[in-house]
Design a protein around this ligand. Structure first.
Ligand code: GAR
Length: 194
């Protein structure tokens, strides 16, 4: 992709698999007066993702990608991104791993939010592993996506204290709240560097 000079608002696609609270929050930020981005496409690999309701409510184009075959799915995905002239892709609870071939096509233009203080606790089930290890802190990270899982350059991070006798529910809720403040900040940082 070429450098985005002179573009007033960046077209964003948000990829989800589940509840979409980060999506909802990004939509809210995109509707602010001086927002530098607009969300023009929501993609889900999961037909029953609750987050799709937010796309519907805000009249944002949505697409379901059938992931029975990864290669075909990524072909469809790429097609949708090109068709909608997407500049930047935000993964927000998207539970599929993108191939390095796909990432190359949107090099430096895919970001992800992960519910841990990366590089610690890459992958799934982060909160439970944090609790099992009696960590004092956890948090969330927004990072660029590269071909290694949860290993791309960190854009922003927020630390969250883990309490004694903390629960999965309590910790995940507190971290999610911080995600909602972190993701728009990180996105704006990325946009100002485009
Ligand atoms: C968020 O906690 C996000 O960090 C996590 O899934 C949740 C999605 O919530 N993502 C990952 O674990 C990616 N590996 P949401 O659907 O309510 O935005």
């Amino acid at each position: 992709m070429q450098k985005l000079i002179g573009i007033k608002k960046i077209n964003i696609a948000v990829l989800i698999s589940g509840n979409g609270t980060n999506l909802k929050n990004l939509i809210k930020h995109s509707r602010k007066k001086h927002a530098k981005f607009r969300i023009t496409l929501v993609i889900s690999n999961n037909l029953s993702a609750k987050g799709l309701d937010h796309a519907k409510k805000f009249k944002i184009k949505k697409k379901i990608i059938n992931y029975q075959n990864n290669q075909n799915a990524e072909k469809d995905l790429l097609n949708e991104l090109y068709k909608s002239k997407i500049h930047l892709v935000c993964l927000a609870g998207f539970m599929k791993i993108l191939s390095s071939n796909f990432i190359k096509k949107f090099k430096g233009k895919i970001i992800n939010i992960h519910p841990s203080l990366l590089p610690k606790y890459k992958g799934l089930n982060t909160h439970q592993r944090v609790l099992n290890n009696n960590e004092k802190y956890s948090g969330c990270t927004v990072h660029y996506v590269n071909s290694k899982l949860d290993a791309g350059k960190i854009i922003l991070q927020k630390k969250v204290k883990v309490f004694k006798n903390d629960t999965y529910k309590g910790l995940s809720k507190r971290i999610l709240k911080q995600e909602h403040s972190l993701y728009p900040k990180a996105l704006n940082k990325v946009i100002s560097n485009l």
